[in-house]
Ligand binder design. Structure first.
Ligand SMILES: [Zn+2]
Ligand SMILES: [Zn+2]
Length: 243
């Protein structure tokens, strides 16, 4: 038998469809999956924070929040979670040994590697400290505090370094979304991207808005209409949650 990983011709023992090096690659991929996803999510969130902070105070503009990037993260998580053998209770090495008995082991690994690469390609390494946005506090002479809220991975509260102000990371993020320059994206990407940011939107609801012309495309990619997340947020705000 030979390894089923694309282009790998390495001989394997009967019943085993993944060579030792590719089993090792599979173990490494599964072992780092959690960390990679966390890194990707932080980077995407940070991109949004950099542009959104300050409530319209002419801050330096960086890339708009990339909903497509968020969808890539979402897709990777989905792929990893699709097979219970990927994240079982046994040690990773044991799980991969079981996976290697399947004839789809090689293609599955290649597929996961591509999805991981796509996800990480849109992410820079995050700094140790993540900046949430400008501080809302005031200095002793009543001027706006020049500080910014910052936090580290896993923190629920972000603190200003220049004054005692602190905010809930989650609440601040939701507030920030109102002013974030989201790049126009496919409707499914908008819905799933907002979902990944903690905003629950029903695909059917948004589709019906688009159908009835309440939600208008911001542009087209070929024949595919692209929509603004901000428009969806506005409609969500203007209308009580309906079924
Ligand atoms: Zn191989
Ligand atoms: Zn401050």
């Amino acid at each position: 038998m030979t390894c089923t990983y694309p282009q790998c011709e390495t001989a394997t023992t009967p019943g085993i469809h993944l060579c030792a090096p590719h089993q090792g690659a599979f173990v490494a991929l599964l072992d780092r999956a959690g960390e990679q996803v966390a890194t990707a999510r932080e980077t995407v969130a940070k991109q949004g924070s950099n542009t959104a902070g300050g409530g319209g105070g002419g801050s330096v503009s960086s890339a708009p929040v990339n909903l497509t990037a968020m969808v890539l993260v979402d897709e990777y998580v989905r792929l990893i979670e699709a097979d219970p053998r990927h994240l079982g209770p046994e040690p990773t090495v044991e799980r991969v040994r079981v996976l290697a008995r399947s004839s789809s082991a090689g293609p599955t690994l290649a597929h996961l590697e591509r999805a991981e690469a796509r996800m990480m390609a849109v992410c820079e390494r995050p700094a140790d400290w993540l900046i949430l946005g400008d501080c809302a506090g005031t200095t002793e002479d009543g001027a706006p505090c020049p500080g910014q809220y910052r936090y580290q991975t896993g923190d629920t509260v972000a603190r200003c370094r220049k004054c005692p102000y602190e905010v809930s990371v989650d609440e601040y993020r939701r507030w920030q979304l109102r002013g974030v320059p989201f790049a126009p994206a496919r409707l499914t990407d908008v819905v799933r991207g907002l979902g990944a940011l903690g905003v629950a939107v029903r695909m059917n609801t948004v589709k019906s808005w688009a159908h009835r012309g309440r939600l208008v495309p911001a542009g087209f990619h070929g024949a595919v209409p692209l929509y603004r997340a901000g428009d969806v947020l506005d409609l969500l705000e203007s209308k009580p949650v309906a079924a």
